[in-house]
Structures are given as C-alpha cells and as structure tokens.
Write a protein that binds this ligand. Structure first.
Ligand code: DCP
Ligand code: MG
Length: 668
C-alpha cells in the first residue's frame, strides 16, 4: 500500500497521510538540512501507525485542529471596528515594549555539539565517522551528525532510527560521563562570566559584556577563544551565538552548528533585519502547536509577521501571550543579570548502615532540616519545593517532592513537610536520607515576592475535578495515592515574564481560552482549562504539562486519583523530571528548555504504558499474534475509511478518544 501511495501522482494529502503527521522528531535539527523530510515523515508514519503512540499523536492532532477551528471562528467574528481598536492596543504595546529594549549587554549562548554522542566518541574513537546514536531502541537521546544525515535525531524511537539508517550504532547513555564533561565546560564558562546561567548539561548563557572590555578584544574574538578553551579542556566542540539578549543568542548559536559561531550586532537595525525573516519556530517558546495555530489561523510564518498581525494577536490572545508575540516580533529578550538565580537548589544527605529504625530516620531528618535551614538562612533564601531523597537497603534511590504554596525556610517547616513525605514511604529499610530545597524566590532587592500572586496552584481548587494537590493546607500524605507537584524554571523563557496587564479589562470580554498563559485561567473552571491545555494524560495516573508564563515556570503536576480508575493503582512510574532534567522512569535526560521534547517523551512513556496494559489483559494474551495484527490492520483501515471516527467505548480494544476529552468536550 505504501508503494502505491508513494508512486501515486495525486498530490492530495489523503494519499500521503504522513505529510500531516508531524512529531517532534520529524522536525529538523542542526545537521539535518539536506534530509529528505518527506521520507522521514513517511517512515515515522508507517512505523508508528496503529501504535498507542500514534493514537496519542492523533488525539493531540485532533485537539490542535479543534483549537485552530475555534480560533478561526473567533477571528471571523472580528469586525473592522474591533480590528482598528485592537490595532491601537497593539501599537501602544509595541511602543511600550520597544521602550524596554536594552542593547547595552552582549549575551553569548553556548551549546555543545551532539553532546552525548561526542562524549561517547571521545571514550571510543572507533565511533568517529560512523552514524551513531546514544540511547535505546525505545528512545534516542541524541545522534551524531553522520546519523542526522539520515534523519535520525534526538527524541526519536530507536527502532524508527534503525529503519532510516540501518547501519546505525547504538551506545547506551552514561550520565556520569556527561556530567563530568559538563563540569569541565562550566569551569571554562566561569572564566568568562562567573554568573553564567547553565540551561542544561550542554548549554549555558554568558554575559560577555565585561569580559570583552577587560580583555579589550572583540566579541567575536572572545567567542572564538571561549570555544577553543572548551575544546582544550574537553576535546569537544561547541557552537555559540552572540546577541544583545538571550532569546536571540540561543537562536544564533544554532546557525553555524556544529563547531561554529554567529554574531548578531547589538544595534536595533541589525536585530530587526535578523528577526524579520526568521521563522517563528526558531524561537524558544514557540512549539509545534503554537506554530500551527499562528500559521493556520493568522498566516504568521516569520517573526515580522507577528508585528504585522499584532492587532489580531491582541484581539484573540491574552495580554501576556500577545506581549510575548509582539516582543518576539521586536526581537526582544532577557538581558538582565541573573542574580539570585545562580543557586537553584540546596541539599544535604546522610548515609548510614541500612536500618528500619524510624526513630533514627526522624533524628536524621531533624539534623538535615536544621542544616538545610541554616544554609538557606545564610544566603537569605526561601524555597517552595522540598525533595526527600531515600536510598533503600537494596540501593534503590527514591525521590519524593512537594511544592508548597508559600516559601519556607525554618527547620520546623522543613521538618514538618519532610516528615510527611517520609511517612508515606514507611515501613522501609534505608541507608540514606537526603533533603533538597529548590524553587527559591528572591527578588533582586532581596525581598520575597508573594508566591500566591501568580502560581498555577491558585487556579486549581483542591478537590475540584478529582484534582489533588499537595500544599500546606491540603496535603494528605497518609493517603496511599501520593501527589507531587514538581516545578522548574526555564531561563530561556525569561522574556515571557508577564508585563503589565493594562489590557486585561479591555480584553476580558474575549471568551477565547488562553491556551498558553494558564495563570490567567478563569477561577470558575480551572480544571477544565487545565485539561484543555494538557496535551496528554494517562490511564490511572494523569500527568499534565502546563506551560506557565508566570515566573517562566513550566510545571508538571501529577493529579493522581485512583477512585475513577480502579484497575490501576498509583504507579511509581509517574513521570517527573528529577533534579530538573532526568526522566524518573527511564533516566533519559532532557533539559527544561526542551519543552516539546519533554512532552514527546512523556507521551512515549504513556504510550508504552498503555501498550503494556493492553497486552497484559487476559483477552489480549489469549489472542494469537497473527490475529492481533490483522485486527490492528483492520482497525487502521476502518479508521482511515471513517476519517478518524472515534472508537466506541464498548469496543474495549483501545482507550476511546472521548476519554481524553471528557472534561473538555463541551468546551470544544
Ligand atoms: N537530549 C536528550 N533528549 C532530547 C534532546 C537532547 O536526551 N530529546 C540530550 C542529549 C543531547 C543533549 O541533551 O546530547 C543536548 O541536547 P542538544 O539539543 O543540544 O543536542 P546535541 O548537543 O546532541 O546536538 P546539537 O546541539 O549539536 O544539535
Ligand atoms: Mg547541544
């Protein structure tokens, strides 16, 4: 069938279904310019169709289409008078945002080339020149540039990569090695900017304004020198971009990858020229869904189009989303010195001989809480996310985290929450207990801001829609079904900081959901909005990724409620990002800036889990493989014929698509 589709002269997309099948791994990365994108799409499509992963992709696609239709309908309702009004609103915001432009700093974004793959090649030089991927059959963490020529890339399942590149060599991940090399690079970065911001193991932002003056050399020379020093220290190459702000610096570092650099002058004309033809997708913070909505509803393809269509954006998006889009159109981004951000977490731990002695555990917790509190006090820090680390007798490492609604610092508070986390684990035999505090809040002037002002938690009422949250008032760790909130900050999204909300009143009448700025969720139906925003959920354990614009947080909230899902108990395999970057299920490391890849990765685990659950059903096991395949084929051709007809809940074979929209259908 694939062949006839391939040779078909018809250009109709229904004959080439893969053309509309976009996953994160059909999106080009550096080194993939000459790749036959259609071939990659076709292989990905052919190899994943019929799988749970595929079904989930279809659900996401359907969800996105609905969003687009909603927006189109809203757009069609705008009258000429509305548009001229919103043009005035937009013009005002453009001039206000323009007034914030700061061209006084030079930011450098440095990103290692094919990082994990390059490290593996250092340890095994025979891999040099061979197409190679780091990861497993289930998922690839990265691929070297030789493999990328075949369309193989990070976040792609290994079995698909093998199809694209049969010669592909797989090397398993080894995080110790990557951390070691990352530390070496950071020592170099430190010499150029002691306050550099590490965005992940392989990338960092440096303010090189001062070092250029001190060394009295040009920006280009400093960049060249830094890259050489990284190479000397590690044997690894990196690429860099320099621009007047971090948002643009990140875009620039990708331009001459691998082993290259790109400098954007710090003057307005250069910035505007650069941004004018830049595709919106190149911007960190504009992912697949946003890209499609902007393209399909407003014909916005380049950053300049964002300015041209600013009246529509102001009319149909929340003020903060519109501000973000306009500031991208103006080429604005974060320029401030990241004070108070250098410390992301503080932790301590105690090792002892394995024991079940709960009195000893308590004693250790008291010590740890006191030490942690003292350390935090020394630096004037207050934190919201407390993580308990345990190592069991059998060396299994468990981490349990909770995010509070208010900041804490006292040993009493730390102990109270740590004890709750520990209690849920008892009885247990342990050999290590550790505590970590993260998610600090300290404004530049040292004052604490009010976390209740802008946290997502504000918009979720505990108990609403079976949502359970851990916060000061509502945590109930006695319950078997734990809940975690896990938050992290993405420095690359600093430009997304909410600016003023002058337009709030004006735009209030727009009933369009704010699909990105969840902190503007209407209080009256918060869960619904969250569901609308979440692009995936799970059977039994629901994980919602919410892209928060406030304080640039991306928050993953685990809403586990087993009442509605009796067949599944709370699973240990809830995906959270340990230490801000490690997948708690498979250990794959994904920096917080890879928002979309993280979603994709979560989807993958979700699909994997659903597949396992389905296959473990007695009816499934007793059903011979051949028949199962036939049934799958039949289901595919049936669904093709019926154009995405929803599965009936009674069919029992697949999770009905409706199940994923139950809380939102009346809203769509
Ligand atoms: N990574 C991952 N899974 C992803 C993306 C990245 O595990 N989906 C890991 C492996 C990468 C590292 O993060 O080596 C850095 O990510 P980059 O996007 O910077 O990719 P690379 O450094 O591998 O390649 P390059 O930067 O040259 O494009
Ligand atoms: Mg890299």
């Amino acid at each position: 069938m694939a062949k006839s589709e391939e040779t078909s002269s018809s250009s109709s997309s229904s004959h080439r279904p893969w053309e509309s099948y976009h996953t994160v791994y059909t999106n080009a990365k550096a080194g993939m310019d000459g790749v036959d994108k259609e071939k990659v799409q076709r292989v990905v499509y052919e190899m994943s169709k019929g799988s749970k992963y595929f079904e989930n992709e279809e659900r996401k696609e359907a969800y996105m289409r609905q969003k687009i239709e909603n927006m189109r309908a809203q757009r069609a309702k705008l009258k000429a008078t509305d548009l001229s009004y919103y043009q005035r609103v937009a013009d005002k915001r453009i001039s206000e945002l323009e007034a914030t432009r700061d061209l006084s700093r030079m930011w450098l974004h440095v990103d290692m080339d094919a990082f994990y793959a390059a490290v593996e090649t250092l340890s095994n030089p025979s891999l040099k020149g061979m197409p190679m991927a780091v990861g497993r059959m289930s998922m690839i963490s990265t691929a070297n540039y030789e493999a990328r020529k075949f369309g193989v890339r990070a976040a792609m399942p290994g079995f698909i990569a093998c199809k694209l590149c049969p010669e592909l060599i797989f090397v398993p991940t080894d995080f110790k090695k990557y951390t070691y090399y990352s530390d070496l690079t950071r020592k170099v970065f430190q010499e150029y900017d002691p306050n550099f911001m590490a965005a992940s193991l392989d990338e960092a932002y440096l303010d090189i304004t001062n070092v250029c003056k001190e060394k009295d050399i040009t920006v280009g020379e400093v960049t060249e020198e830094l890259r050489q020093n990284v190479y000397k220290a590690t044997g690894l190459t990196c690429s860099a971009g320099v621009a007047p702000n971090r948002l643009l610096a990140k875009v620039c570092s990708d331009i001459n990858k691998p082993n290259g650099q790109f400098l954007l002058a710090n003057n307005r004309a250069a910035v505007m020229t650069f941004i004018s033809s830049l595709p919106i997708r190149k911007i960190g913070g504009i992912g697949k869904v946003t890209e499609h909505i902007l393209k399909d509803v407003f014909e916005i393809k380049t950053c300049d189009d964002l300015l041209q269509k600013s009246s529509f954006l102001c009319a149909l998006f929340s003020p903060s989303s519109a501000d973000f889009f306009i500031s991208v159109g103006l080429g604005l981004g974060g320029t401030d010195a990241p004070q108070g951000r250098s410390r992301k977490s503080m932790s301590n731990e105690r090792t002892f001989s394995a024991t079940k002695d709960e009195t000893l555990f308590h004693q250790k917790l008291v010590e740890l809480a006191e030490m942690l509190s003292a350390d935090m006090e020394k630096e004037g820090l207050h934190g919201r996310t407390l993580t308990l680390k345990l190592k069991t007798e059998s060396f299994e490492v468990r981490t349990r985290a909770l995010t509070l609604q208010s900041y804490i610092c006292s040993s009493k508070d730390i102990l109270k929450h740590a004890s709750k986390l520990l209690k849920a684990e008892l009885p247990v035999s342990l050999r290590l207990i550790g505590l970590r505090m993260s998610h600090f809040n300290q404004d530049k002037d040292g004052t604490l801001s009010d976390p209740t002002q802008r946290t997502l938690l504000n918009y979720i009422k505990p108990g609403d829609g079976n949502v359970k949250l851990v916060d000061e008032e509502h945590s109930d760790m006695k319950d078997d079904s734990e809940s975690h909130c896990y938050s992290y900050t993405d420095p690359s999204h600093e430009h997304l900081k909410e600016s003023n909300n002058n337009n709030e009143q004006v735009l209030e009448h727009n009933k369009l959901e704010d699909y990105e700025c969840k902190y503007q969720i209407k209080e009256n139906n918060p869960v619904e909005n969250l569901m609308n925003f979440s692009e995936f959920d799970a059977h039994g354990t629901e994980i919602y990724s919410i892209k928060g614009r406030n304080q640039d947080q991306l928050t993953v909230i685990d809403f586990s409620d087993n009442r509605n899902r009796p067949s599944l108990s709370y699973h240990k395999d809830v995906l959270i990002w340990l230490e801000d970057y490690k997948c708690s299920i498979c250990g794959v490391e994904l920096p917080s800036s890879f928002f979309e890849e993280r979603q994709e990765h979560s989807d993958f685990h979700l699909a994997e889990k659903l597949q396992v659950e389905e296959e473990s059903r007695p009816s499934y096991k007793n059903f011979p493989l051949k028949n199962r395949m036939r049934q799958k084929e039949a289901a595919i051709s049936q669904s093709k014929g019926k154009k995405k007809q929803k599965h009936s809940p009674s069919s029992g074979k697949h999770i009905p698509i409706d199940a994923f929209f139950t809380k939102t259908c009346h809203n769509l």
